[in-house]
Design a protein around this ligand. Structure first.
Ligand SMILES: *[C@@H]1O[C@H](CO)[C@@H](O)[C@H](O)[C@H]1NC(C)=O
Ligand SMILES: *[C@@H]1O[C@H](CO)[C@@H](O)[C@H](O)[C@H]1NC(C)=O
Ligand SMILES: *[C@@H]1O[C@H](CO)[C@@H](O)[C@H](O)[C@H]1NC(C)=O
Ligand SMILES: *[C@@H]1O[C@H](CO)[C@@H](O)[C@H](O)[C@H]1NC(C)=O
Ligand SMILES: *[C@@H]1O[C@H](CO)[C@@H](O)[C@H](O)[C@H]1NC(C)=O
Length: 440
């Protein structure tokens, strides 16, 4: 057994150290010479070359991976990436490292330098680093049957393309992909050691804005100019927690819309009260909109779900303000009309009446003018003037008719209808909004 282990260590090319096993314990002696050859193990050291993969020239090496996700520290919408700390464990069998016995031995991480290890890299990573405190966070374990376990602790920032059009009701799918950098499929084959169970730690993650909904592993092939590589893919779905946004944005904006309706219950005459409510709600909505924008800076200018909702709320708040302007204006007109023809009609005076009366007064003017012309018999320029006047009258009549369609007969009705229509339409808009973004 001791000779087997010694063989194994000789393979590692531990140049300056002599390793001896006594009673199952490893003891290293600082070598007296830096000679490359250890007595008795020439043959194996000669056979091991860390620059050549196991089964060199033969069947591909099977590398089985498992992952532990220790943490996902940040998921950035503006950079479209996430930062995760992972334990990456790779297992492969190197027939050159077989030694006698049942035991496994954990080696100093620095001895990795003397071993062949796979050139795994993380696809689409922006930057990664290996933790170095207090020593490089690496582990090498040798099994007697030649299996090597190589574990690393890596922190990496990986690109994750996000579609934010449903933000904050969105679900993002991010990937962690592992591939060999140089060895293509004929040299190295990656597999997940235990299928979907190869990845651990994702279900226990506590993320600021997301919960991990599900994850699964798969093996893909990436075709590149240099060959076909096997690629291990871990996909995980992150669902954003909407509750925060509901409390932060949706509830306040809904309340602002409701607040703007208060104005419908205040009499038309109290101008300061109603304009105050209108303007205040509009300004508060603007502030909310700006606030929601600053929480996601630099994202593309596409319209997110939250923008749509804030837009709807803003239109309603603005609509309430405009409603007051319309109601107040028509009430002013009504008062004016009342002043003009008050004694004639006790019943309601409407704008058609005003227009009709004005038209009839115009007609009177025309007839009066034509009488004048017939009296003088000369003034043609005056006649043409009257013709243009006639056109004006017809035009005004037309406009009057069109305006008549939009005329409010009773200004207090504006408020009465608004009290009903604004909440109804807002509720409908909400139903459509939530249905669309939750289920489609
Ligand atoms: C090493 O190889 C030489 C010949 O190259 C052989 O004579 C010797 O027995 C071998 N030693 C072992 C331990 O296999
Ligand atoms: C390996 O372990 C088994 C039991 O775990 C034992 O029976 C066997 O003798 C061991 N083999 C060697 C070579 O030590
Ligand atoms: C080598 O031994 C380890 C530990 O006993 C075991 O997990 C692994 O499957 C073995 N490898 C092979 C190729 O038999
Ligand atoms: C892993 O999970 C996915 C999705 O649930 C499933 O499609 C796939 O077949 C699973 N793979 C294995 C090896 O179980
Ligand atoms: C990669 O795979 C494709 C399709 O499977 C094949 O056409 C191509 O020849 C392969 N390339 C290499 C370098 O093996």
């Amino acid at each position: 057994m001791s000779s087997g282990l010694l063989l194994a260590f000789a393979c590692l090319g531990v140049l300056s150290q002599r390793v001896r096993v006594q009673g199952g314990q490893l003891r290293t002696e600082v070598g007296r010479s830096d000679k490359l050859s250890l007595p008795g193990f020439d043959n194996l050291t000669a056979g091991y070359n860390k620059f050549l993969r196991p089964n060199f020239g033969g069947a591909p090496v099977q590398i089985a991976l498992t992952l532990d996700i220790a943490s996902i520290s940040s998921i950035s919408e503006s950079n479209m990436d996430y930062t995760a700390t992972i334990y990456l464990r790779q297992r492969w069998t190197d027939p050159r490292l077989v030694f006698e016995g049942n035991k496994s031995f954990t080696l100093d991480a620095r001895l990795v330098e003397f071993l062949w290890v796979p050139d795994t890299y993380i696809v689409e990573s922006k930057k990664s680093f290996l933790h170095e405190v207090t020593v490089g966070n690496r582990l090498v374990r040798l099994f007697s049957n030649g299996t090597v376990l190589y574990a690393l602790r890596i922190t990496t920032t990986v690109t994750c393309n996000m579609d934010l059009s449903k933000y904050p009701m969105d679900t993002q799918t991010c990937k962690l992909q592992l591939e060999s950098w140089g060895y293509d499929g004929s040299d190295v084959e990656f597999t997940w050691l235990r299928g979907n169970d190869s990845v651990r730690g994702l279900e226990n993650l506590r993320l600021a804005q997301y919960t991990v909904q599900r994850y699964f592993t798969s093996v893909a092939t990436s075709q590149q100019e240099t060959g076909n590589y096997t690629r291990l893919v871990l996909q995980f779905e992150l669902r954003r927690n909407v509750l925060y946004f509901i409390l932060e944005t949706y509830v306040p904006s809904t309340f602002l819309v409701v607040l703007s309706w208060v104005s419908f219950w205040i009499s038309l005459d109290s101008v300061p009260a109603r304009t105050c409510i209108g303007v205040t709600t509009v300004l508060s909505m603007t502030t909310l909109m700006i606030g929601s924008r600053t929480s996601l800076p630099n994202t593309n200018c596409f319209i997110k779900a939250i923008d749509v909702y804030l837009g709807i709320c803003f239109s309603f708040v603005f609509g309430a303000l405009v409603e007051y302007a319309v109601a107040h204006y028509s009430s002013l007109q009504q008062v004016a009309a009342k002043d003009r023809g008050a004694e004639k009609e006790v019943e309601e005076v409407n704008i058609t009446n005003i227009i009709n009366s004005s038209i009839s007064s115009f007609k009177g003017k025309i007839s009066f003018a034509s009488i004048e012309i017939s009296g003088d018999n000369i003034d043609y320029s005056d006649l043409t003037m009257k013709a243009s006047d006639k056109f004006k009258v017809i035009f005004r009549e037309k406009v009057g008719r069109i305006a008549d369609c939009f005329t409010i007969r009773n200004p207090s009705n504006v408020d009465r209808y608004s009290k009903l229509l604004f909440p109804l339409i807002f509720m409908l808009a909400n139903v459509f909004y939530w249905a669309y973004y939750m289920y489609f």
